[in-house]
Design a protein around this ligand. Structure first.
Ligand SMILES: Cc1cc2nc3c(=O)[nH]c(=O)nc-3n(C[C@H](O)[C@H](O)[C@H](O)COP(=O)(O)OP(=O)(O)OC[C@H]3O[C@@H](n4cnc5c(N)ncnc54)[C@H](O)[C@@H]3O)c2cc1C
Length: 357
C-alpha cells in the first residue's frame, strides 16, 4: 500500500477528457489539481462535430446545460471533388456542433466553480505516476519508426456560409474537409491535407490547401465568407489507434487511443472515457484498489467500450484520406444510397455489431 496521501488527484491536460474527469471528481467531493499547458479561451484544430454520444452521458457528467446553444445536426451531405452532392442523409442520432473555444472555456468555469484548482501555462512532465491522470491528448513525439508526419489538420471558422445541410463532407484527392455548423451561426471548416503540398509550396493556408486537393468548388463557395479572426489553427500530430502504454501510467481520451477525425467520435470518446475513469479513481481513493489496479481497470473499461469503433475507423480512413473514395464516388454513393442502414454506421466509425452500452 502506498504511503502517499491519496488526495488531491492530479490531472495533466485540460482538454475535454481532463476537464470532464476533473468536474466529475470535484462533484464527488474529490479534490483535483489540473495542469494545462495553455490558457483559455483558444481555438483548437477540431471539426467540432460531436457524434456517437451515449444518450445520458452529458447528464451523468453534470455538463448537459453547457451545450444549451449547441447546433443540433440532423442531416449530412457528401460531395465529390467536383462539387456534386452524391449522398444526403438524415443522421441516425442527431449530433452536436459546438466550438472548442466555447466548450473548453465553459468546462473550465464549471470546474473552478466546483472548487477545483486550475494551473494554466504549465507543461507538466511526468515526474510520478501514482495519483496522476494523463489526459494529454495527441502525442507530440514522433512515431516509433520516426516517420515524418504525412498530414496536416487545418481549421478555421467562417460566417455567411451558404450550406444546404448541417454537416457537409467534401472528399478531395488526397484529403478531405468537413463543414459543420457550430453555435452562434458560425461554420467550422476543418480538413486533413497532405503535408507534401505545404512542403512543395503548392499550399500555404486553408484556401490554397483546398486547391491542392482539388476542392476548387468548395473554395469558390467560401470566397465571399468572412473568416472569424483568430480561428485559424493547424496541427501535424496524428498517431491513430491505441497509443503506447506505460506501466502504471493512467491515460484517457486521445492519450489512450485516437479515432480518425472523419468519424466525429473523438470528443464523445474523450467524454465517455472521463466518465469511465471516475469510478476506478473513486475506488482508489477509498483504498479499495491500488494504483496499478486502478490503471489496469481504467484501461480495461475504456478499451472494451471503444476499441471496435477505433479499429473500424482506422480500416476505413485510408480510403477517405488517400482519395480512393473521392475517385470512386459514384459506386460509393450508390452503396450509401441503397444500403443506408448497413453502410452509414461505418461512416461514423461504428463496428457493425457494436455492443450496446
Ligand atoms: C483534424 C482533427 C479534426 C477533428 N475533428 C473532430 C470532430 O469533428 N469531432 C470529434 O468528436 N473529434 C474530432 N477530433 C478529435 C478530438 O479533437 C479529440 O478526440 C479530443 O479533443 C480528445 O480530447 P482529449 O481531452 O483527449 O485531448 P485534447 O482535447 O487534445 O486535450 C489535451 C490537453 O492536454 C494539454 N497537454 C498536453 N500535454 C500536456 C502537458 N505535458 N502538460 C500540461 N498540459 C498538457 C494540451 O494543451 C491540451 O489542452 C478531431 C481531431 C483532429 C486532429
Amino acid at each position: 500500500m502506498s504511503s502517499l496521501p491519496r488526495q488531491p488527484i492530479t490531472i495533466v491536460g485540460g482538454g475535454l477528457s481532463g476537464l470532464a474527469l476533473a468536474i466529475v471528481l470535484q462533484r464527488r467531493g474529490i479534490l483535483v489539481e489540473l495542469f494545462e499547458s495553455h490558457t483559455y479561451p483558444h481555438h483548437r484544430v477540431c471539426g467540432e462535430f460531436i457524434s456517437g454520444l451515449r444518450p445520458g452521458l452529458l447528464d451523468d457528467l453534470g455538463i448537459a446545460d453547457l451545450f444549451h446553444d449547441a447546433h443540433h445536426h440532423q442531416t449530412t451531405r457528401w460531395f465529390s471533388p467536383d462539387g456534386t452532392s452524391f449522398h444526403h442523409l438524415k443522421i441516425p442520432r442527431p449530433a452536436l456542433g459546438i466550438s472548442r473555444y466555447t466548450l473548453d472555456t465553459r468546462l473550465l468555469e464549471r470546474f473552478t466553480q466546483l472548487g477545483g484548482t486550475f494551473i494554466p501555462n504549465r507543461w507538466k512532465d511526468h515526474d510520478r505516476l501514482e495519483k496522476v491522470v494523463y489526459a494529454t491528448g495527441r502525442r507530440h513525439t514522433k512515431t516509433k519508426t520516426n516517420t515524418p508526419p504525412q498530414w496536416i489538420g487545418l481549421k478555421m471558422h467562417i460566417r455567411n456560409f451558404d450550406s444546404g445541410s448541417d454537416l457537409e463532407m467534401h472528399l478531395g484527392d488526397g484529403g478531405y474537409v468537413g463543414a459543420s455548423a457550430v453555435e452562434n451561426g458560425a461554420t467550422n471548416l476543418c480538413g486533413l491535407f497532405p503535408i507534401a503540398a505545404f512542403k512543395q509550396g503548392t499550399a500555404k493556408n486553408f484556401e490554397s490547401a483546398l486547391d491542392a486537393v482539388g476542392l476548387q468548388p468548395l473554395r469558390e463557395r467560401i470566397r465571399s465568407c468572412e473568416v472569424v479572426s483568430g480561428s485559424r489553427c493547424g496541427t501535424t500530430h496524428f498517431h491513430q489507434g491505441q497509443q503506447p502504454l506505460i506501466k502504471n501510467k493512467c491515460t484517457l481520451g486521445d492519450a489512450l487511443q485516437q479515432i480518425p477525425p472523419f468519424t466525429g467520435h473523438g470528443m464523445a470518446m474523450a467524454l465517455e472515457s472521463a466518465w469511465l475513469t471516475a469510478d476506478p479513481i473513486t475506488h482508489y481513493l477509498a483504498e479499495e484498489l491500488t494504483w496499478p489496479q486502478t490503471v489496469s481497470e481504467v484501461r480495461k473499461v475504456i478499451l472494451k467500450q471503444h476499441s471496435s469503433r477505433v479499429r473500424m475507423a482506422c480500416l476505413l480512413h485510408p480510403f477517405i484520406s488517400h482519395g480512393i473514395l473521392s475517385r470512386c464516388w459514384r459506386p460509393f454513393g450508390f452503396l450509401l444510397n441503397h444500403l443506408p442502414e448497413r453502410v452509414t454506421p461505418l461512416l461514423w466509425g461504428e463496428a457493425l455489431r457494436a455492443k450496446p452500452l
